[in-house]
Design a protein around this ligand. Sequence first.
Ligand SMILES: Cc1cc2nc3c(=O)[nH]c(=O)nc-3n(C[C@H](O)[C@H](O)[C@H](O)COP(=O)(O)O)c2cc1C
Length: 151
Amino acid sequence: MKSMIVYASHHHGNTEKLVKGLAEKYDIDLIDAEKATEINYDEYDIIGFASGVDFGKFYAPVTDFAEKLPAEKNIYAIYTCGQDNAKYGGQIQEISQKSNCKFLGKYGCKGYDTYGPWKIIGGINKVHPNQDDIDKACAFYENILKTAENK
Ligand SMILES: Cc1cc2nc3c(=O)[nH]c(=O)nc-3n(C[C@H](O)[C@H](O)[C@H](O)COP(=O)(O)O)c2cc1C
């Protein structure tokens, strides 16, 4: 099954670190949504959308590309954030279901955050994502692969 992650990561490269960790281990094509002008989803079976969280939402270039999904794809979401919230990634679930795709799950972890007041104290989550976060993302992805293959 051919696999791709469409991502954006402009705050500290946290999300990029996570998806690059995945792509080192698995056969996944990475597409930077902030650089790409078009995405051809045709040959891909499993598509992840990954982003830092910006006021509760994924970065617009990522959700804009998600809005262009054809039907019947296997979709998942990955994010890094300052403080986790169960709602993060729900946007990708909604968009993919609207496009008649199968939403297979989401994975999020902490990422270095220097927004607003955090900057004064040198930021929070300085060491994240770390190897443990990447390992957990890999375990999550293994499950995504298994679920997609069994469908
Ligand atoms: C403008 C701005 C808004 C943010 N909003 C949120 C937020 O609503 N919730 C949260 O948990 N983290 C928030 N963060 C923290 C980022 O989501 C976090 O640092 C993330 O890892 C950045 O990912 P990136 O380096 O891949 O861009 C915000 C950061 C910035 C700069």
